[in-house]
Write a protein that binds this ligand. Structure first.
Ligand code: SAM
Ligand code: SF4
Length: 331
């Protein structure tokens, strides 16, 4: 094989990172992510664990070094550990990581670590049990805190908490979350809410807080030192002088990070999404189910790279241009 990376898009960006959604289902109904009543995909429309593994294996053959399992809530997928164990042994895959709401981590942190998951991202938007319940509609804060503790105990390093802040709903949680991250010695990233799917409970525009406002609130309490290192991802990081925790900001509205985007997403239906904020996609399920030959799948993935758009355009004033919810996208 030549040394030329196989997955390069029209703009010269090298794709080395896949976010693989293993389910559209979830035990939470976060207000910014899902509607209260959701219809989930029937079983025959979602990729089997074997099909998910095959997609992952072929991407790794094409030079992908990092796979993030996500969803929906990846840990509610039945037998997910079987897939994780196989991926943990996939030659060439350098980083197997996972994003979770933490609800099942108390039981699963240890087996995930043993199976080869390198790092965890855990979503946590509030440390107040009532507010946590309101934001997730069904979630139990204590269960998630137990999950965070279990991840620490299992020996996970560089765990990252993710928080979506909504004005008037949990903006008073910013400093408590920062204190919690510092006490746990984990990183914390604030994600600006993205207009994915039609939601009912709040106007996305009224609740929107730009990252710089969150940064100013934290800077009123702690000195924040901009990090010079490039994480290779969309987050911009800050350090503290007196703690190893880092604070990150993902700002799809106020800071466009498309220029060095190295990632694609695969939904649990097998749709290869080339950009979070655009509908450009290729149907891998069809390819998977019509041919056993990995070369055909490889070719379909390589061909799809040409569809990767240059950038996203999120606009809060308009109706959402993206009709799929985040649980369908693979966050
Ligand atoms: N269920 C897992 C979790 O919550 O971590 C993984 C999937 S979830 C879709 C991944 C991330 O997307 C979570 O951190 C969540 O907060 C974030 N998210 C969901 N909907 C979003 C939206 N509309 N805007 C910004 N972030 C969103
Ligand atoms: Fe579930 Fe994660 Fe979406 Fe919340 S953000 S509803 S935990 S998929």
């Amino acid at each position: 094989m030549s040394n030329t990376p196989a997955l390069v898009d029209k703009f010269g960006r090298k794709v080395e990172y896949v976010r693989l959604s293993v389910t559209d289902r979830c035990d939470f109904r976060c207000v910014y992510c899902m509607a209260e009543e959701m219809t989930f995909l029937p079983r025959n429309q979602i990729l089997s664990l074997e099909e998910l593994y095959r997609v992952a294996r072929v991407f790794v053959q094409l030079g992908v070094k990092k796979i993030r399992l996500t969803g929906g809530e990846p840990l509610v997928r039945r037998d997910i550990l079987k897939l994780v164990e196989k991926l943990g042994q996939l030659p060439g895959l350098e980083q197997l990581v996972l994003t979770t709401n933490g609800s099942r981590l108390a039981q699963m942190a240890q087996p995930l670590k043993a199976a080869g998951v390198k790092r965890l991202n855990i979503s946590l938007d509030s440390l107040d049990p009532d507010k946590f319940r309101e934001l997730t509609r069904t979630g139990d804060l204590q269960q998630v805190l137990n999950g965070v503790a279990a991840a620490q105990q299992a020996g996970f390093k560089h765990t990252k908490l993710n928080a979506v802040i909504l004005k008037g709903r949990n903006d008073d949680e910013i400093l408590p979350l920062v204190d919690f991250a510092r006490a746990q010695e984990v990183d914390l990233t604030f994600i600006e809410e993205m207009p994915l799917g039609q939601i009912s409970e709040h106007g996305r525009q009224e609740c929107f807080i730009p990252s710089h406002e969150i940064r100013d609130i934290i800077a009123g309490r702690h000195e924040l030192i901009p990090s010079l290192e490039n994480s290779g991802g969309p987050a911009r990081y800050y350090h503290f002088r007196d703690s190893d925790s880092r604070i990150g900001f993902i700002s799809p509205h106020s800071h466009n990070f498309c220029g060095d985007c190295n990632r694609v997403r695969v939904t649990v239906e097998g749709r290869l999404l080339l950009c979070l904020g655009n509908e450009h996609s290729a149907d891998l399920r069809d390819v998977l189910r019509s041919s056993e030959d990995d070369a055909v799948l490889r070719q379909a993935i390589i061909a799809a790279m040409d569809l990767k758009p240059e950038r996203h355009h999120f606009n809060l004033e308009d109706e959402p241009q993206i009709v799929r919810f985040m649980n369908m996208t693979g966050g």
